[in-house]
Design a protein around this ligand. Structure first.
Ligand SMILES: CC(C)(COP(=O)(O)OP(=O)(O)OC[C@H]1O[C@@H](n2cnc3c(N)ncnc32)[C@H](O)[C@@H]1OP(=O)(O)O)[C@@H](O)C(=O)NCCC(=O)NCCS
Length: 184
């Protein structure tokens, strides 16, 4: 397998959809499940562009549905690989709704997906590293390691002692919580 490092741009994926009646709930808004389906596809393409291997979704976190998307609006989904590990990678996806009648565009959703490259037997496979270039990419790359620790902690894959990047933040937050509780 080719392990030459790639840029974040190599994985950049943009998908455009239009919200049709069959995609909506009885309020004529895009159904969350349909949007998650599009987001999963968009993120999967980014992961496979990076890894050049079959990749599966291992985890989805921080999905935010910030505003409804109306029937007839155009949905733009953009995904990219933020950071890579041995066989897994974090893919960030941003979603905008565009209204062609009012010529407006608003950011509606954001999520972080974890994809793992696998072989025919479903065994995780090593992937090439990603190199962040722009300041924004470097910031996402730096923060990704904390998000990974948090999701591995929540899924029980690591213990708090192993979460070296977020342990002190969590301890501080926990101390603030208990200190305030003691004052009541
Ligand atoms: C994802 C999957 C291949 C991981 O297999 P596994 O036996 O747990 O493999 P490992 O323990 O070696 O973990 C492999 C990598 O996945 C990461 N991973 C696994 N579960 C994770 C989770 N919940 N959150 C974040 N990362 C996770 C591990 O940290 C590891 O990363 P690294 O190699 O970069 O350090 C396996 O759980 C699977 O096939 N799940 C089903 C996938 C699926 O059907 N998705 C929906 C359709 S695409």
């Amino acid at each position: 397998m080719n392990m030459i490092a790639k840029s974040v741009k190599d994985s950049l994926t943009v998908m455009t959809e239009i919200v049709l009646p069959n995609d909506t709930n009885n309020l004529d808004n895009l159904m969350g499940g349909r949007l998650l389906h599009w987001m999963d596809i968009c993120a999967a393409i980014a992961s496979q562009r990076h890894a050049n291997q079959v990749c599966v979704t291992a985890a989805v976190d921080s999905v935010e549905f910030n505003c409804p998307i109306r029937q007839g609006e155009v949905v733009i989904l953009e995904s990219r690989v933020n950071r890579t590990y041995r066989t897994s990678m974090e893919v960030q996806i941003n979603v905008w709704a565009e209204n062609n009648l009012t010529k407006t565009r608003r950011k509606c959703n954001r999520a972080f997906y974890t994809f793992v490259a696998i072989d025919e037997a479903g065994k995780p496979q090593p992937i090439p590293p990603v190199i962040p270039e722009s300041d924004k990419e470097k910031k996402c790359h730096a923060n990704a390691v904390k998000r990974r620790e948090f999701r591995l902690l929540l899924s029980g894959r690591i213990k708090l002692e192993e979460a070296i990047h977020i342990r002190s933040d969590l301890m501080t937050a926990f101390k603030a919580h208990t200190d305030d509780a003691e004052d009541d």
